[in-house]
Write a protein that binds this ligand. Sequence first.
Ligand code: TA6
Length: 290
Amino acid sequence: MNLRQLPTTKVLSEHISLCRLDGIDVVRILHPQCQAAISLFGGHLLSFRPKGHEDVIWMSEAADFSGHSAIRGGIPVCWPWFGKVASPSHGFARTSLWQLESFNDHKQGVTVTLTLHDSPKTHAIWPFRFLSRLHFDLGERLKVQITSTNTDYRPWTMSGALHTYLNVGDITQAKLTGLGNEYTDSLAENQRFPSNGTLMIDDAVDRLYPESEPSIMVEDPPHYRRLTVKNSGHNSAVVWNPWQEASAGMADMTPDGYITMLCVESALADQGITLAPGQSHHITTEISAD
Ligand code: TA6
């Protein structure tokens, strides 16, 4: 994604501007430490390139930026649920319009905060009052945190995920470590299997690792780098790649798009968490390349 080519609609500070990409407004960061793009549609991080590296985040070459459907790639915000437990799949946050609340441009990088709160539109899907705040800390590394607060008078239950698509040079060469000693296989009726904590991928994979270590490492030999993913506030690391056949069936993926993508997600899956009125919960992911 060539961020410099996108037409500027508003300059916000020396390194932050608003620009337009098809049907969506994007917060663009062109900073000496990193380049990044965050779509207000979905509160969706589209790109993050720390100085001296290829993009850490994968984006489909066939992604839909019309602002009408979820964007394939980046970091979709799945909330207030994860998966297909209700409709729409992965919740409504990733197809909602978020508001730019604040930004800060400093020597080491930038921070950007977006908010989403309940509205008649969200009540039609999920009948609760809430405030969600997405905080992006972008510099040498990337940190994304979603803080969800129950502003209702009754408890509600949420699940969700920061559904990160990592950009790898070749999925068959990527090696994951730190995944923990068991996983649930979504492609095998959610059966549990033991794991030695490492994974190399040569077929479709869709797994939840509930015991992952604080840092998950992804060796990415073609890019001569190692990505480190640190998640918190989650209960599983989800690892997903649809592989050839399934991705060929997706309108927003090119036939070989699966070769360079690897989802390593910070997910609060299954039962999720119940928040009392006034209570908040954070889900975080932090990604660095070296
Ligand atoms: O996180 C993995 C997963 O839940 C998979 O099961 C897969 O369907 C994927 O997310 C993508 O979902 P989407 O709704 O974006 O097509």
